[in-house]
Design a protein around this ligand. Structure first.
Ligand SMILES: *Cc1c(COP(=O)(O)O)cnc(C)c1O
Length: 432
């Protein structure tokens, strides 16, 4: 059965990108450059004093929102005991599930975009200079101008976590915030946002509709800004900053990445912005020595369909007879970002898909072995790692690592804001 036929039948697959190129050659043709990532990193540094002031829990990291990278040997052993051999090499977990403020990977791109727009407004309003100078101070003074920001609106369409990141950050700065939530969004995420004073609009339809409606309403209002998950350069670059941060963390842990020590990274994918931006950031750091795989639910593999068919955002999961329905709310996207498809065409190593029931099982395995809680969407990363040992999926790709010592990173994209009773319910599901 060819891969598109397997996708139609909701069979778990591993797709290896036939168009993966040598990064040295590929990077020249890309729409963004490393200089764009530098600029994003510098902007985040300018805002660090403001972040500390608004979110004192970030003071220990001096306003840098970054997550731990941890070794997970007990998870590897637990998976081995349950399912058989795991891929050769060490296993690490990147805990974006525990990023400050938003509790998900969206604390990277989402917060970055709100800050970027805030800087634009602050310059236009004369609060800071066009050279980013602040007379006698730093960006923390922006926290004194909530009344001014209250005259502006931030809007976003979301399946949940992007809305939480944009909503919480916007509300903290004083903006009016409107989040357009698709049908997949979890009740607790809507409730949490409302508790921050965010205007949550609910839609009975899928993510694209929530985005389109948010975009339309925002366009009608000159003082409203729309964070466009499908098209945003700023979101993408905010995510990309993760690459150099991860590089520094690996150095600190004494983990080398080179030809003899390849890095294999598993990233849960929705519309593509978060895993795409991170992949771009990692490729800039490690070139051909990093191999990035996206992982999507079998019912909603929009990026896989876009890339494997070559149609990018010209096709959606419904065209393939798929429902788009998944418990992995962070990944419940029917149509991929065209921008990200373009950026990944020659940089992504491949993709895996995962059946929903496994996400809950993996959540239990991680919790019982390492005591770490992440949300079901994020557990897709664990399946990506496991698929690399599967004869029918990633094992063929692993052959190229023979004679090397690979390091595997499962990118845990969210979860620390989940209420306790929701965690209990998910773990119960997973144990059944
Ligand atoms: C948003 C999200 C992703 C994927 O990010 P996209 O930019 O939509 O591809 C993965 N995991 C979680 C938990 C998310 O919230």
């Amino acid at each position: 059965m060819d891969i598109l036929e397997q996708i139609r039948n909701e069979i778990e697959v591993c797709w290896v990108n036939p168009e993966l190129g040598r990064y040295r050659e590929v990077r020249e043709g890309l729409r963004f450059s490393e200089a764009d990532v530098d600029e994003a990193a510098e902007r985040l540094a300018r805002f660090a004093p403001l972040i500390v002031r608004l979110f004192p829990e970030t003071s220990s990291s001096e306003g840098v929102i970054e997550s731990p990278l941890v070794r997970v040997p007990a998870l590897k052993s637990a998976l081995e005991a349950q399912y058989g051999a795991m891929p050769a090499g060490e296993a690490l977990l990147k805990c974006d599930s525990h990023l400050a403020i938003a509790g998900s990977v969206k604390a990277r791109g989402g917060i970055y975009e709100v800050l970027k727009h805030t800087e634009d407004i602050a310059i236009a309003e004369g609060l800071i200079g066009s050279d980013y100078s602040v007379p006698g101070g730093d960006y923390s003074v922006l926290a004194d101008h909530k009344d001014l920001f209250a005259g502006y609106t931030m809007q976003v369409g979301s399946t949940g976590n992007l809305g939480m990141s944009i909503g919480i950050m916007s509300a903290a700065l004083g903006y009016r915030a409107v989040v357009h939530m698709s049908a997949d969004a979890k009740e607790w995420k809507k409730a949490l946002l409302r508790s921050h004073g965010v205007d949550v609009r609910e839609y009975d339809s899928d993510y694209s509709v929530a985005v389109a409606e948010g975009r339309r309403l925002s366009d009608e209002d000159p003082r409203s800004y729309f964070v466009d998950d499908e098209k945003s350069k700023d979101l993408f670059l905010g995510y990309a900053v993760a690459g150099r941060r991860l590089h520094a963390q690996l150095d600190e842990m004494g983990i080398v990445v080179d030809e003899k020590h390849p890095l294999v990274v598993y990233l849960p994918c929705g519309v593509g912005g978060a895993p795409g931006g991170i992949t771009f950031g990692l490729k800039n750091e490690f070139g051909d020595n990093v191999h990035c795989f996206f992982v999507e639910p079998v019912a909603s593999p929009c990026m896989l369909i876009g890339l494997a068919s070559g149609l990018d955002d010209g096709v959606d999961v419904f065209d393939y007879g798929l429902s788009g329905l998944t418990q992995a709310d962070g990944l419940a996207v029917g149509r991929a970002s065209g921008l990200v498809c373009e950026m990944m065409r020659h940089t992504l190593a491949g993709e895996m898909t995962v059946a929903d029931y496994k996400l809950f099982r993996h959540m239990v395995s991680l919790h019982d072995s390492e005591g770490i809680i992440i949300e079901p969407s994020a557990c897709a990363a664990i399946e990506g790692y496991m698929a690399m040992a599967d004869e029918c999926r990633g094992a063929r790709y692993m052959e190229r690592f023979e004679g090397t010592s690979p390091t595997h990173i499962m990118w845990a994209t969210g979860g620390s804001l989940m209420p306790e009773e929701i965690v209990k319910e998910y773990l119960h599901n997973g144990r059944r």
